[in-house]
Design a protein around this ligand. Sequence first.
Ligand code: NAD
Length: 364
Amino acid sequence: MAFEHEDMTTAEELAEIDRELARLVARRLEIARRLGRAAPAEARQARPEAVGLPEGLYPAILSRIAREAVKTGPTEKFPATVSEPRPVVIIGGNGGMGRGLRSHFERSGWPVRVLDRSDWPRAAEILEGAGTVIVSVPIDVTEATIARLKGLMPADAVLADVTSVKTEPLHAMLKAHAGPVVGLHPMFGPDVGSYAGQVFVICPGRDDAACEPLVKQIALWGARLCECTAEQHDRAMSIIQALRHFTTYAYGAFLAKIHPDLAKIVELSSPIYRLELDMVGRLFAQDPHLYADIILASPRNTELIREYVESLWNELIVISGRDRNEFIRRFLDVREFFGDFAQACLRDSGAMLRAIQEEREARK
Ligand code: NAD
């Protein structure tokens, strides 16, 4: 190969290797793109360890390429689950979520109509002949908007919503419409260009068979479907979103109150604390309205947060009483609750920290 010439400087050799590598990665990516999500994993059988690569390096490169390959562009077309889909009406279709849905349906050959805030005088006309109606309006007007659809939709049309809470909108949909109903929750913001690899929660309402083309269409966009009841979803969201963001917010608020020298704190931090601090700091770099909406989304969240805050008193009593044995007993109880998952967390977070460390070193 050209870069083996003796008179080449090391810099030239490296440049040639980089070009060669880039060409190979581009070829690998092109084939992976062509195969899409059906790309086989057999390249891993090439056993790169045999040529002296450190364990894990080659699979890491491959999985990065695989992730790149399934990213879809805003012009990618999708097959439709039904041959001649009836129109899908997106209520609130001019909003963030609505625009993303519209683009995905249109690229799958579904005719799309939008019914936004000022379109209600024409609602009967817009909804006439609709096969699917998706409600994508702000949370606080969702139930009232669903109620307005009563009697306006074809009896056999599927009624769905994408609201971040599921229990109340699902009840409202079942009440407003006697036909097929399904609750959806895209677990991502409107800024994602593609739904590939993103999670869509599916909460069955009524007549799952009639809702299937819609659900399968979402799967064809590359989204990962996660089915659960509306109540299971809302309980999980209270924990994953409201409680998590509240504790992060409260920690940040407390830091602001005791006002430490942040630069010093960062300098003295171990990588894991630095990562935890990143999680706190990033919250305050974002839109406060978004977090207010998430935390205040339902009284269930306030109840759970209250339960959490009240439970802290008992923990404080143990610490104030310097009751070491009691602390250890409680700690072991929690470990039992986490079970094998605790070991998996230790392993996964260790790998994550190593990757972050490596990236930070590389950036230096
Ligand atoms: P948005 O404010 O960007 O869009 C809402 C749209 O609804 C706007 O076009 C608005 O004009 C329209 N609208 C308001 N009142 C209306 C009415 N009475 N009739 C018809 N249209 C009306 O909001 P968004 O971020 O697109 O959120 C829409 C839904 O998606 C919400 O239910 C939200 O919970 C859900 N969701 C949002 C996110 C997110 O990160 N933004 C994530 C998951 C789910």
